[in-house]
Design a protein around this ligand. Structure first.
Ligand SMILES: C[S@@+](CC[C@H](N)C(=O)[O-])C[C@H]1O[C@@H](n2cnc3c(N)ncnc32)[C@H](O)[C@@H]1O
Length: 286
């Protein structure tokens, strides 16, 4: 079959669900990933023919995209700070906002001593822990998550990116402490309120793990309160806490951190202009 015919079929089947440009982009990602073809191949060779096996890959992918599976799950991978990160339905697909959180920590780590101990709470695919370990190889990185299947993915990603990370399965809502002290605590915990579901795209709601996304409407700060308490007891002197936050709850998180004796609380916006991350230090070590 001609590759250009497959492209037409992609548009015929998907244009009702996604914008045309997104369908183009998904088609090109699919041919790059599954067929090893460059995205400009059709411009060079408009009559290129693909094999039956290749057709099958493209049609299998198409049926997943029709069911609104995110392209990252269809490909089984994404990139995070230019690192390849494997993903499946057990883990949240890493977001660009989270890259900004990591970049903030990376900026600060330049100014600090080496040999730092760092923990990533709710590691999911491992994107935060792995990028920090890769870009600052002297860091001693621990990553925890409640989800065994997510940790399996994170371990594969650590191997793939050749970094050494200590992974632990921990439910932070039940853990009384982090087990030891850290210089940096970083987390992108679940923070979307159930009442915000209606704003989210179907492909997120139906495919990404709800336990990675949602918090109860009656206690949206559940994870921040838990992390603040763990951090108050588990941060070294001059240590810092970095949190990704719900844009609508930035003032509440700031207030909560003050209640837990944090100071130098700084809020930053993401590239979309939304309040998205907070850095804080302990005012005094208890
Ligand atoms: C928003 S996702 C973040 C994943 C990843 N760090 C990222 O930024 O893409 C939140 C993560 O917290 C984990 N999580 C949820 N409840 C938890 C708990 N009680 N204890 C530890 N981790 C938890 C979820 O399994 C999920 O991997």
């Amino acid at each position: 079959m001609l590759l250009k015919e497959i492209k037409e079929i992609y548009h015929r089947e998907l244009d009702e669900i996604y914008p045309k440009e997104e369908v183009d982009s998904m088609f090109y990602l699919m041919i790059e990933h599954f067929l090893g073809l460059e995205r400009f191949i059709l411009a060079i060779d408009p009559e290129i023919v693909i094999t039956k096996d290749e057709e099958q890959y493209m049609f299998e992918g198409l049926s997943k995209l029709k069911k609104e599976q995110p392209i990252q799950y269809v490909l089984g991978q994404t990139t995070f700070l230019d690192l390849k990160i494997l993903v499946n339905e057990s883990v949240l697909i890493p977001r660009p906002e989270t890259e900004e959180l990591v970049n903030w920590a990376l900026e600060d780590i330049n100014d600090m001593d080496d040999d730092l101990e760092i923990i990533d709470i709710g590691t999911g695919s491992g994107c935060i822990a792995i990028s920090l370990a890769k870009l600052k190889p002297y860091l001693k990185v621990t990553a925890i998550d409640i989800s065994g299947p997510a940790l399996e993915v994170a371990k594969k990603n650590a191997l793939l990116n050749e970094v050494n990370i200590q992974f632990r399965e921990v439910d932070i809502l039940k853990a009384g402490s982090l087990g030891k002290n850290y210089d940096i605590i970083i987390s992108n915990p679940p923070y979307i309120r159930e009442m915000e579901r209606y704003k989210m795209r179907n492909n997120v709601l139906q495919n990404e793990p709800n336990s990675a996304l949602f918090v109860p409407d009656n206690d949206p700060l559940l994870f921040y309160r838990t992390i603040a308490k763990l951090a108050r007891d588990g941060l070294n002197e001059n240590g810092a806490l970095y949190l990704e936050i719900n844009q609508y709850l930035s003032e509440d998180v700031k207030m909560l951190l003050k209640e837990f004796s944090f100071s130098e609380i700084e809020l930053r916006k993401d590239i979309f202009g939304n309040d998205r991350m907070i850095r804080a230090r302990l005012a005094s070590i208890n």
